[in-house]
Design a protein around this ligand. Structure first.
Ligand code: AMP
Ligand code: SF4
Length: 528
């Protein structure tokens, strides 16, 4: 049956962000720290939030639609007692926006309960789902996370006979078995009665790090510690969540690695041979928080370098540099420093409105941009402004902001984008919709400049972007005093990063059936 595009169109208008995952084992305040961790990861997803925790008997879950602060109150969190927990913030990539699809997903069987939180997309999920359905599996949600849950259940059945509970190594084996069947870019955290498990895709596209939360001396007297003698293990999408939870970064989970954690420590299993390392470069450009470190490199430092390189590639005579808050401020600071032009606060953000992309339709998104940002007339009037933004996807944001600056009296607006033209959809966790909606696929730089109404426009080159991020790594290595930090195998063209949305070269094979038609809504349409 042909797709009913009318139903699909509004959804495809919306680029989607990723999700954020967090997990902690063996801490008397596991739930509270997970709550703090989710606050720190809120920028990765604002559609729903959830926490699953082990109350000593079973794994339980609380989740809801909206921000962490909408779903949980401090009082409520104090009633959720447990020494291990995982949490998730979501902005749907596959699966529609509904409470049923909020995470963590909790599945119960005779072998125990298992909560799953997932960041990323599985590129063969539809095929696996069809196969499972053909064999009689019933799905409750449209999440590809549920595909993994069913695969784990099958592998678990092979591990333990007669319905007995699985040990942590058995559970880890079952998870590994499931992960060997899936493809894509992913980071998972799992919580069972046995312990905590984290896993990352073989290319390391989606980030996941391991941290350590030292035991808080205040809690020592009041709680019966179940974990290590000095603290607790933590897993998180970004290191800023460690800071929020009072933890410190230990190391990244390696591509293709599974870590299984219980009170005896961390056990590592290489589930699949690591492919060429391909961390999503867009984490540095836009997604991650500036105070996070990814693969050792600080995101703010990387963004400042992006701005510096941009200034070298595209200098312009101007009176001030301003950045689109918040994700472009670091790059704007770098541009200003390199160009020797004063950095100014030309745009003010209303902090009480979520990201523009939350707005469901173009009309309200346009209004959303206006509510969210205002130009500072006193700063920009009569001046030549360099406007730095981190990316240009459909061009709407740039057009609005250039318009705002002009209305506020800017004499010239020179738009500088601290990444190359975004031309290819992402299949690894960021649903940037159909290629036709990506402005750079159908327009050259000059027509984009014309459409957004800027006096000049320049996109950072691919080489410039790679150099900027590599430089941040070198700085990090220098700062840590490390001389021979091992560098993961990387293909020479992509130099250790996924660059697919800029180059069209996808590190993980895409199944033909899923290309561009990735959402489950489409699958359901197809089935009607
Ligand atoms: P656009 O209006 O489509 O050109 O969007 C570009 C703006 O949205 C930039 O200012 C980015 O900061 C932000 N952005 C880029 N990619 C995404 C994404 N996948 N999800 C949400 N926001 C994004
Ligand atoms: Fe990141 Fe782009 Fe690769 Fe998607 S395609 S994982 S956004 S670099």
């Amino acid at each position: 049956m042909p797709y009913r595009l009318s139903r699909l169109a509004p959804r495809s208008e919306r680029p989607k962000e990723e999700c954020g995952v967090f997990g902690i084992l063996a801490h008397p305040e596991a739930v509270r720290l997970t709550y703090f961790g989710l606050y720190a990861l809120q920028h990765r997803g604002q559609e729903s939030a959830g926490i699953a925790w082990n109350d000593g008997h079973a794994v339980r879950v609380e989740k809801g639609m909206g921000l962490v602060s909408d779903v949980f109150s401090e009082d409520q969190v104090t009633t959720m007692h447990g020494s291990s927990a995982i949490g998730h913030v979501r902005y749907s990539t596959t699966g529609s926006s509904s409470l049923a699809n909020a995470s963590p997903l909790l599945v119960r069987s005779r072998r125990g309960s298992l909560a799953i939180a997932h960041n990323g997309n599985l590129t063969n999920a539809l095929r696996l789902r069809r196969e499972l359905e053909d064999e009689g599996t019933i799905f409750q949600t449209s999440l590809d996370t549920e595909v993994v849950a069913h695969l784990i259940a099958r592998h678990s059945a092979r591990q333990a006979h007669g319905g007995s509970a699985l040990s942590l190594p058995q559970l880890a084996d079952a998870v590994a078995g499931a992960l060997r069947q899936v493809q894509g870019g992913y980071a998972f955290v799992f919580l069972g009665e046995q312990g905590l498990i984290g896993a990352r895709d073989p290319y390391g596209i989606r980030p996941l790090s391991l941290g350590w939360a030292p035991r808080d001396s205040r809690s020592e007297g009041g709680y019966n510690m179940v974990g290590g003698p000095h603290g607790a293990w933590v897993l998180a999408s970004e290191s800023c969540a460690f800071d929020a939870a009072g933890a410190t970064f230990v190391r990244d989970v390696a591509p293709g690695e599974l870590v299984a954690i219980d009170r005896n420590g961390v056990f590592s299993l290489q589930v699949e041979q690591a492919g060429p390392s391909s961390l999503c470069i867009f984490e540095y450009v836009y997604f991650a928080r500036p105070d996070s470190n990814m693969q050792g490199a600080n995101v703010h430092v990387a963004r400042k370098n992006l701005g510096r390189l941009l200034a070298r590639e595209a200098p312009v005579e101007a009176d001030l540099v301003t950045g689109v808050p918040d994700s472009s401020l670091s790059a704007a600071a770098g541009y200003a420093e390199e160009a020797g032009i004063p950095y100014e606060m030309g745009l003010i953000k209303n902090r009480y409105i979520g990201r523009t992309f939350i707005q469901p339709d173009p009309g309200s998104r346009r209004l959303g941009v206006r509510l969210k940002l205002n130009a500072l007339r006193q700063v920009v009037e009569g001046r030549r402004v360099v406007l730095v933004d981190d990316s240009l996807v459909r061009g709407n944001t740039s057009r609005h902001i250039v318009g705002l600056l002009r209305e506020a009296g800017a004499k010239e607006v020179h738009l500088r984008i601290s990444s190359p033209p975004y031309r290819h959809p992402c299949y690894y966790g960021i649903d940037t919709s159909a290629p036709s909606e990506l402005l750079a696929t159908r327009a050259g730089v000059e027509s984009i400049r014309d459409m957004v109404g800027a006096d000049s426009l320049h996109f950072l080159s691919l080489e410039g972007m790679l150099q900027a991020v590599e430089e941040a790594h070198r700085e990090a290595i220098g700062a840590a005093g490390e001389k021979d930090r091992p560098v993961a195998s990387a293909d020479p063209l992509h130099r250790g990063y996924c660059l697919a949305c800029f180059t069209g070269r996808y590190p993980v094979p895409l199944e033909q059936a899923n290309q561009g038609k990735y959402s489950l809504e489409r699958y359901e349409e197809e089935r009607v």
